[in-house]
Write a protein that binds this ligand. Structure first.
Ligand SMILES: NC(=O)c1ccc[n+]([C@@H]2O[C@H](COP(=O)([O-])OP(=O)(O)OC[C@H]3O[C@@H](n4cnc5c(N)ncnc54)[C@H](OP(=O)(O)O)[C@@H]3O)[C@@H](O)[C@H]2O)c1
Length: 157
């Protein structure tokens, strides 16, 4: 991303208050910290977690009105259900924050036969973003955005 784009983007930014943000992996680490800050700034948060219990604990820590959507990003069926549920619940999502991620040191495969780290860090965000776009979640490409955090050097499990 070049500097000029960042500068222009920041100066035209109208603030996060009232924006609908869907964030994955908000039960811990960067996602939890980001969710707390976004909630504090008035965002309408929907957090995605694979554990309802951990999500409820996180929602209490985040504070404010937080919706919880349960999905295991290692499963493509679960990601598809997540996209369908989000579509049903929200007429609009301003920001999709693809934050969840992990690196598994032991080679293992998902129910879809895909290597787990690859499935969670790369395919899940790609699928979620694609499904959301196909469903016309963005009213216009300029009014919504997707943020991608997962990378190959995610925390090792
Ligand atoms: N930490 C760094 O230095 C660093 C640097 C650059 C980029 N990043 C990226 O930033 C993101 C967050 O990193 P972090 O350090 O905050 O990680 P973290 O503390 O380990 O948190 C990872 C989050 O992802 C969730 N998650 C993992 N697998 C999942 C799955 N299959 N389905 C749904 N949720 C799942 C975890 O949920 P559970 O509570 O259920 O485990 C947790 O909420 C990662 O994508 C990482 O690659 C991190």
């Amino acid at each position: 991303m070049d500097r000029e784009f960042v500068f222009n983007d920041v100066t035209t930014w109208q603030g996060i208050a009232g924006r609908r943000i869907l964030i994955t992996g908000a039960t811990n680490g960067i996602g939890l910290a980001a969710a707390k800050e976004l909630s504090h700034r008035g965002a309408q948060l929907a957090i995605v977690a694979r554990s309802r219990e951990r999500a409820d604990v996180a929602a209490r820590q985040i504070g404010g009105q937080v919706d919880v959507l349960v999905a295991d990003l290692a499963s493509q069926a679960s990601v598809r259900r997540l996209a369908a549920e989000a579509l049903e619940r929200y007429p609009r999502i301003d920001v999709l924050l693809n934050n969840a991620g992990a690196i598994y040191s032991r080679r293992q495969f998902t129910e879809d036969g895909i290597e787990l780290t690859w499935a969670v860090n790369h395919l899940a965000p790609f699928l979620l973003t694609s499904l959301r776009r196909m469903a016309s979640f963005f009213t216009a490409l300029t009014s919504g955005c997707t943020i991608q955090l997962a990378r190959p050097l995610s925390p090792v499990r």
